[in-house]
Design a binder for this molecule. Structure first.
Ligand code: KG4
Ligand code: ZN
Length: 348
């Protein structure tokens, strides 16, 4: 079964062709990062406009790379939420048009569920090894969710962030430190090889599987200010002179910040896995591209299988949307032509 996946929920215009939910024939992403970097974050109207400009070339390229024609497709899958309304509309409308024109099924996919299904795109099939139930951490720019996946399509939400998402906190911390956008990769680069001297707090939320990252963000800001590092305007990069004098402190604070976030994510994920008796752990979402998080999770799981997609499949892509639709097709009816965007869609 060949499924065309389309993803336009935020700032990546993406299309992919996936065979039987697991074999990637193509996975094309046109990033808008440079476009938004000058504003220090995603500007929704700019994102919608870029999706409109890029979606047709991206879909054409995905089909070409896969050596598949529209007539050979068995279904079209598209992210219909959560995400930016105007951005989601571009993908959903194109997916409807393609499915209608070709007379094939249309699937509306939850972006967060898509992040989980990236784990099906490499290695063993998690359904057979280690098997359900699986504990999933989805950590992206807008969400930090711990969910128990009992079987395909069945999720219970165990914990979520009460304020900032983990990715959002990386983005804000990078801005405080003058490291630019997107913050996750920038913090990771700055923290590379640094053992932090500073220590920043962790919000453990005793007894709960919820997260909170806004206190950490404020603690970082105060620490930076106390050292004479002031927050910079959106998108401003450090000048060459600045970099030399501030570099050791910025690196140290970046490393301390990364340590705090990773520590909480790893501890709570393991706690949730123990409490639920899950057979394994799946990580998904842009934050799970973080090297320290990947290493720590693997090193601390005590033998519990940990499945983490390669970084390119952790960040937004359309292969995960096509993969999800394949398994989704077994337990959900196809979407009608009235499929609508759901900007606030959740999991479980
Ligand atoms: O899943 P994603 O690509 O898009 C959303 O669905 O939001 O996640 C984007 C988020 C951003 O906040 C970005 O800073 C973060 O993931 N991110 C990282 C890394 N790469 C991306 N955070 C930490 N370390 C990384 N290496
Ligand atoms: Zn995402």
């Amino acid at each position: 079964m060949l499924i065309l996946g389309i993803e336009t929920s935020c700032d990546e215009t993406a299309a992919a062709v996936v065979e039987n939910g697991r074999r990637i024939l193509s996975n094309t992403v046109a990033s808008q990062v440079e476009m938004h970097a000058r504003y220090g974050g995603v500007v929704p109207e700019v994102a919608s406009r870029q999706h409109i400009l890029q979606i047709l070339p991206v879909v054409s390229q995905a089909l070409k790379q896969a050596e598949v024609t529209l007539d050979q497709l068995h279904a079209v899958a598209v992210t219909h939420g959560p995400g930016l309304a105007g951005a989601l509309l571009v993908g959903v409308n194109l997916a409807k048009a393609l499915a209608f024109a070709k007379g094939i099924p249309l699937y509306g996919i939850n972006h967060l569920e898509g992040h989980i299904y990236a784990a099906w795109l490499q290695g063993d099939d998690p359904e057979s090894s280690p098997g359900f139930p699986l504990l999933c951490l989805v950590a992206s720019g807008g969400h930090t969710d711990l969910v128990l996946m009992e079987r395909h399509g069945a999720y219970s939400l165990l914990g979520r962030t009460r304020d900032d998402a983990a990715g959002e906190s990386f983005d804000k911390a990078a801005r405080t430190l003058g490291l630019g956008y997107p913050g996750g990769p920038a913090i990771q680069r700055a923290a590379q090889g640094v053992t932090p001297g500073e220590r920043l707090p962790r919000a453990w939320m005793a007894g709960s599987l919820d997260f909170s990252f806004s206190g950490l963000k404020t603690a970082l800001l105060h620490k930076a200010q106390s050292h004479g590092l002031t927050p910079r305007s959106a998108g401003e990069a450090m000048g060459a002179g600045d970099v030399a004098s501030r570099e050791p402190l910025v690196k140290d604070l970046a490393a301390a910040f990364q340590e705090s976030v990773v520590d909480v994510l790893v501890s709570k994920t393991l706690d949730a896995a123990r409490r639920t008796g899950a057979n394994g752990i799946i990580l998904g979402g842009g934050v799970t591209a973080n090297t320290l998080l990947r290493e720590r999770m693997r090193a601390s799981s005590g033998g519990l299988p940990v499945m983490i997609p390669p970084p390119a499949l952790c960040v937004d892509n359309a292969a995960m949307i096509a993969a999800c639709a394949y398994f989704h097709s077994r337990h959900h009816p196809v979407a009608g032509w009235d499929l609508d965007i759901m900007p606030s869609l959740g999991l479980g």
